[in-house]
Ligand binder design. Structure first.
Ligand code: GDP
Length: 535
């Protein structure tokens, strides 16, 4: 794919700038299991983009958050920790917006929601471990929108699994076709580099990026790089790979059914540029967004945007919230007046912000695909649309069934009403999900990551003056229930009153006491859908 402006796009200078700016944007996330090397890769990507001068900044932040108590302390002392939520950098004429999907303990609903705001993703896999649980979960969220995925098999400089075996696992576990773009030459201590399967050349671990052209897999260079048996095995592997593996196909990649696979070592900064080049060359520019009434195309001149994440200020002195908005179409200019579609009110975007590694700056202008932070005092909520006047409701910020469920215990029972309001506000902000059992028993809160509970308790205490603790919930899962047959749904709810609740929007959920009960009831009620994701 070319990023050159098309002839049509250059017809009108004003239009051409908008089209060109949008065309060169790549908005993506990195999905991986903790420890696969996401932070290391992020640092290296940013170094290519010149966004940070010092490798180690991303790491420093992560280490600073390594325990929960540290996390809380740091959040508070800093007031707000949005600095690395979006990292923007330029490389080779393209503008990359890397949206951070927190790993480790700060894994949360936000992680999932962020994936609904990207157009492509890099999947980082540890070469010794293959597909791990978190990767699979995050991949499934990407699959909801068939997002194109570039795969980076990392840590080839360590003991690694057989490449064919890894590709096979990706294909089987994720039901995703693979197309290796390079083939590793050795692994672990004898990792020498990669062989480019498309433009026969070798990139050696210790050499510059462009590598050295070779005649093909029988080139004598390989016998120099790998000794005896290792060379023979490698040669066989290449033949097997040629037989067993698919070829890269842009259409299949863009439809999310095939992933190009690169091998490398983030630590040694090897193979990272391959991934960046693949994103630039093959990943899509900002995609159209689905709205209730129509499809919103990125290059439409009128600005539209959707809020996908809210970051609350942990500093009690400042109650501002930052709403992260993805610009869906057109161009945002600082100071512009926009319509907040949910309330119908007009608001001025006087201080939209960009985040650049550790800093933020005022965004004078932003284009479709960019993410800006909009400071506000609780006006903006997740899913809200801002437009130049059109009433648009964007679809596609789904809710995900929380995996951790609790009841809140209040030390001072008199404050029950205050707690209810506070929890509702936290739920509207996306900190937790709240479910109200239809039998009138106490609400249940649900989160994707355990740290969210700490954040909830901390904020209830500091912002609302409520001392709370958590008790186990009487249920083990949450599933939204739907049916094409309203009578069947009604009957199910009536028959399971003690295990049905409503969410913030008033939609019904089933809250079974165990997974066993869930499966049992799902089997007995085929006319009811039990959904893990509400769209
Ligand atoms: P994250 O949890 O996915 O962000 O992973 P990190 O980037 O923090 O990496 C986890 C550990 O693996 C750290 O000790 C890294 O130094 C190490 N690591 C990351 N990439 C590589 C690599 O390519 N090779 C080797 N040997 N170690 C790596």
């Amino acid at each position: 794919m070319s990023n050159e402006p098309s002839a049509a796009a250059t017809a009108s200078p004003a239009k051409s700038r908008l089209a060109n700016e949008i065309e060169r944007r790549r908005t993506f996330a990195i999905i991986s299991h903790p420890d696969a090397g996401k932070t290391t890769l992020t640092e290296k990507l940013l170094l290519f983009g010149g966004a940070i001068q010092l490798a180690g900044q991303v790491k420093a932040k992560k280490d600073g958050r390594s325990t929960r108590s540290d996390w809380m302390a740091i959040e508070k002392s800093r007031g707000i920790s949005v600095a690395t939520s979006v990292m923007t950098f330029e490389y080779d004429g393209a503008v990359f917006n890397l949206l951070d999907t927190p790993g480790h303990e700060d894994f949360s609903d936000d992680t999932y929601r962020t994936l609904t705001a990207v157009d492509s993703a890099i999947m980082v896999i540890d070469a010794a471990r293959g597909i791990e649980t978190r990767t699979q979960k995050l991949f499934e969220i990407c699959r909801l929108r068939d997002i194109p995925i570039v795969t980076f098999i990392n840590k080839m400089d360590r003991e690694a699994r057989d490449p064919l075996d890894l590709l096979d696992e990706i294909e089987k576990t994720l039901a995703l076709d693979t197309a290796p773009m390079v083939w590793p030459i050795g692994q672990g201590r004898s990792f020498r580099g990669t062989y480019d399967l498309y433009q026969p050349r070798v990139r050696r671990l210790d050499e510059d990026y462009d590598g050295q052209p070779v005649s093909g897999p029988d080139d004598p260079l390989f016998a120099e790089l790998l000794e005896g048996d290792a060379h023979t095995r490698w040669r066989e592997e290449i033949d097997l790979a040629a037989e067993a593996c698919g070829r890269f196909d842009l259409d299949a990649f863009r439809h999310g059914t095939l992933t190009p696979v690169f091998f490398g070592s983030a630590l040694k900064n090897f193979g990272v540029r391959d991934v960046l080049d693949a994103l630039k060359t093959h990943a899509p520019p900002p995609l159209s967004q689905r709205a209730a009434t129509r499809e919103v195309v990125a290059t439409e001149p009128a600005m539209t945007g959707i809020v996908f994440k809210i970051q609350a200020n942990m500093d009690p002195n400042h109650r501002d919230r930052i709403a992260f908005m993805r610009v869906c179409s057109g161009k945002l200019t600082r100071g512009m007046k926009v319509k907040h579609v949910r309330s119908g009110k007009t608001m001025a975007l006087s201080a939209p912000q960009f985040f650049f590694a550790q800093d933020r700056s005022l965004a004078e202008e932003a284009f479709a695909g960019d993410v800006v932070g909009i400071p506000n005092r609780g006006v903006l909520r997740i899913g809200d649309a801002l437009t130049e006047g059109e009433d648009i409701t964007f679809l596609g910020i789904p809710s995900f069934a929380p995996e951790i469920l609790r009841r809140i215990r209040l030390e001072d029972a008199i404050k029950a009403k205050k707690l209810k309001d506070a929890v509702r506000e936290m739920a509207e902000e996306g900190v937790v999900q709240v479910f109200n059992p239809v039998d009138g028993t106490q609400p249940i809160v649900g989160v994707i990551g355990a740290l969210q509970l700490d954040v909830l308790a901390d904020r209830l205490k500091h912002e609302y003056g409520l001392a709370t603790d958590f008790d186990p919930a009487p249920c083990e899962a949450v599933r939204w229930i739907r049916s094409d047959d309203p009578a069947a749904l009604k009957a199910f709810i009536a028959a399971n009153r003690s295990s049905v609740a409503t969410d913030l929007d008033g939609d019904h959920v089933y809250i079974p006491s165990s997974i066993f009960t869930l499966n049992y009831n799902a089997g007995r009620n085929p006319e009811i859908q039990f959904l893990e994701i509400k769209t």
